[in-house]
Design a protein around this ligand. Structure first.
Ligand code: GDP
Ligand code: IMO
Ligand code: MG
Length: 442
């Protein structure tokens, strides 16, 4: 048995969906623990593409239980559409479960997210406008509606009427928007409740039962380390905790049950939305990465900003998440390049800095210090073993592993499940020793 957390080690869209789907082969349970429909996880199996927003990427395995955990926020309309889309493709959703304590995104959350972004002007965050921030804000403010309120007809009526009346002055006075009709919202959300009620469970209890039965549990992060509310590039972050620590809070498990943490990182870097990005490439190479990597957001369709691999944030992700190993994705996107750069440190006001500065003002001043490596200029898409890779590609991977001081367990060379090199079984393979017999770090 092994319980494993899969997290994004950059700014999201690292390929967590692909890696989670791949590892779900050995999982009995897959849990999404934070985020909402801002996430877009793509899984490609035998030429068919599945775009998942809330449903865990283990859903394509009929015997794997998929749980949308307490720490997520649920837009019921989008979730129902997602379930319908999967069912239309003959994907069995009878093994899907939704936490009764997950918070519900309401119509005013979306409206406020959109209006607030417009009002922020040049201070805008570039959110997905899916109501994520306002839903989490109400959770913290203790004015949220949870799944257990949604599926209780009396509870929904009472909570909904109160919250809509509470929010209407905000819509009207702050954002100049028309008020919502509480009765119309109750009717709309009652219909969603009827559809989702059969899926709602005490998810923490369900996960505890899986732990007791020594099942393999995979915790699937959304977003990425640098979008973490506490440890990311605040304020250009999301409103939840995608980092590994967030898995325990969001799923409702203790840290002692976690065996491994796997970080997913692209062989380069992308970011959607606003905020500093030291290795961003605004010229021709950035365009090549965007075009070959098809770097458009799964959720919003926005073009993703592209840049070189940043090992400073990579090392930060190793530290903040306690990564045991890395899955490096999209190596194939670099195939045509003559040379490839890796940011090994930053320069800030003439000083060299090896650590990610949490101070946003300092981070926006960081100039990347690059090491240039030769490209391989041949296709890697059909490689299935490390030995199949061109020497320069292997050297590039070794360089990344050395810089970040973690082994690379998976290399991905295309969107399909089979376009993968499993270097070492990241779930059952030998775990990196942190201390030697004398208790010294190794
Ligand atoms: P996630 O949010 O971390 O799950 O990542 P997304 O699904 O938003 O974005 C990753 C994109 O890259 C998706 O379109 C995947 O199908 C695709 N992808 C994943 N791994 C690879 C890879 O190794 N090579 C290529 N070319 N595409 C990949
Ligand atoms: P996955 O799970 C990439 C970004 C948005 C914006 C910031 C805040 O597919 O990796 P929000 O709507 O969450 O309030 O937006 O976070 N963002 C993502 N970027 N991948 C994601 O999810 C993201 N989810 C949110 O672009 O910059
Ligand atoms: Mg994505």
């Amino acid at each position: 048995m092994a319980n494993v957390i899969v997290i994004g080690a950059q700014w999201g869209d690292e390929g967590k969906g692909k890696v989670t789907d791949l590892l779900s082969r050995s999982a009995d349970v897959v849990v999404r623990y934070q985020g909402g429909v801002n996430a877009g996880h793509t899984v490609v199996v035998q030429g068919q593409t599945f775009k998942l927003h809330l449903i865990p990427s283990g859903i394509l395995y009929p015997n794997t239980a998929c749980i949308i955990g307490s720490g997520t926020v649920i837009d019921p309309q989008v979730l129902i559409e997602e379930i319908d889309r999967l069912e239309a493709l003959n994907v069995d959703t009878s093994n899907l479960f939704i936490s009764q304590t997950a918070h519900v995104t309401m119509p005013y959350h979306r409206l406020i997210d959109q209006a607030a972004e417009d009002k922020r002007g040049d201070q805008k965050i570039g959110t997905t406008k899916r109501g994520i921030g306002p839903t989490y804000a109400d959770k913290a403010d203790r004015t949220g509606i949870r799944m257990l309120d949604l599926i209780d007809p009396d509870g929904l009526k009472e909570r909904c009427e109160w919250t809509v009346n509470y929010k209407n002055p905000v819509l009207e006075k702050l954002y100049n928007l028309p008020p919502l009709d509480p009765q119309a919202v109750i009717e709309q959300y009652s219909a969603y409740a009827d559809r989702l009620r059969p899926f709602v469970v005490d998810s923490s209890l369900k996960i505890a039962e899986a732990v007791r039965e020594r099942h393999n549990i995979l915790f699937e992060g959304a977003q990425g380390t640098l979008l973490d509310l506490d440890h990311g590039t605040y304020p250009y972050v999301t409103s939840s905790n995608p980092i590994a620590g967030g898995a325990c809070v969001g799923a409702g498990v203790g840290p002692t049950i976690i065996d491994r943490v796997i970080g997913v990182a692209k062989a380069y870097t992308t970011r959607v939305g606003e905020g500093p990005f030291p290795t961003e490439l605004n010229g021709e190479v950035g365009k090549i990465l965007g075009d070959i990597g098809a770097e458009f957001g799964t959720t919003t369709g926005r073009a993703r900003r592209c840049g070189w691999f940043d090992a400073v944030i990579g090392r930060y992700a190793v530290r903040i998440n306690g990564l045991d190993c890395l899955a490096i994705t999209k190596l194939d996107v670099l195939d045509s390049l003559e040379e490839i750069k890796v940011c090994v440190a930053y320069e800030i006001d003439g000083e060299t800095c090896h650590h990610f500065p949490s101070n946003a003002a300092l981070f926006s001043k960081c100039q990347p210090i690059y090491k240039t490596l030769p490209g391989w200029q041949q296709s890697t898409a059909e490689c299935r073993h490390l030995d199949d890779l061109p020497k320069q590609a292997l050297d590039y991977l070794k360089f990344l592993a050395e810089l970040m001081e973690v082994p690379i367990a998976i290399v991905s060379l295309g969107a399909s499940r089979d376009q993968t090199i499993i270097v070492e079984d990241p779930i059952h393979g030998p775990k990196r020793a942190l201390l030697n017999a004398n208790g010294d770090p190794v």
